[in-house]
Write a protein that binds this ligand. Structure first.
Ligand code: G3P
Length: 216
């Protein structure tokens, strides 16, 4: 499973990239709005920190505007993936961009039919938002299971990019279902390596080693 980080904060991305397990980045207008400075400059810096795909979202609502913004975003760097909302106009834009070999990420997916349509349009990634579904008492991970099954049923090449993750165990569940990508908030990414028994075990090893050192 590929790990993407879900942030536009350069320091958080740098810190995660240093571990060596980061495969890509997803941003959106809300994440970029939180960061001071020019969004284009921020995106350019991010594309230099991570060799893998960096999703940058269009804000136009019509397909022609989305395609134009998509081309502009792609001019920032070769590893930019154009993020397009799941609307009929968005599907048209994804189809047109895919004909130009521009990689796309269809965002704001909340049901399996939307995910199927994104794949039929030629999206590189489809992003179901699981946390926002859980927030309204719907079944976010159930949607991931449906998307994985449908894509497998029809041999669709679009990758399921699990978005709106809130908890470490959601990464495990998504991996068990076979989702190709999880985009993970920085806090959850740090939590993934944690286990209280790892900490306790390490403390015990070090304490025992102190006894050995005192023998000399
Ligand atoms: O990048 C899109 C998605 O991951 C947003 O997550 O936490 O705003 O629902 P959230």
């Amino acid at each position: 499973m590929k790990f993407f980080i879900d942030t536009a904060n350069v320091e958080e991305i740098r810190e995660a990239a240093e571990v060596g397990l980061l495969d890509g980045v997803t941003t959106n207008p809300s994440l970029l709005a939180k960061e001071p400075g020019d969004p284009t400059a921020i995106l350019r810096e991010i594309t230099k920190l991570v060799a893998g795909p960096v999703s940058a979202e269009v804000t136009a609502l019509d397909h022609a505007g989305m395609v134009e913004q998509g081309r502009e975003l792609r001019s920032i760097a070769d590893n930019i993936v154009v993020k397009v909302p799941m609307t009929l106009e968005g599907l048209k834009a994804i189809r047109l961009l895919s004909r130009e070999d521009v990689p796309t990420n269809c965002t704001l997916i909340f049901n399996a039919t939307q995910a199927l349509m994104a794949a039929k349009a030629g999206a590189t990634f489809a992003s179901p938002f699981i946390g926002r579904l859980d927030d309204i008492s719907a079944d976010g991970m159930g949607l991931i299971a449906q998307c994985c099954t449908i894509y497998r049923n029809y041999g669709l090449a679009t990758e399921v990019l699990v978005a709106s993750i809130r908890l470490p165990q959601q990464v495990t569940q998504a991996a068990l279902l076979g989702a190709q990508v999880a985009t993970i908030p920085p806090k959850v990414l740090r939590q993934l390596a944690d286990h209280p028994l790892t900490d306790a075990g390490l403390q015990k090893f070090l304490a025992d080693w102190e006894q050995v050192k005192n023998r000399a």
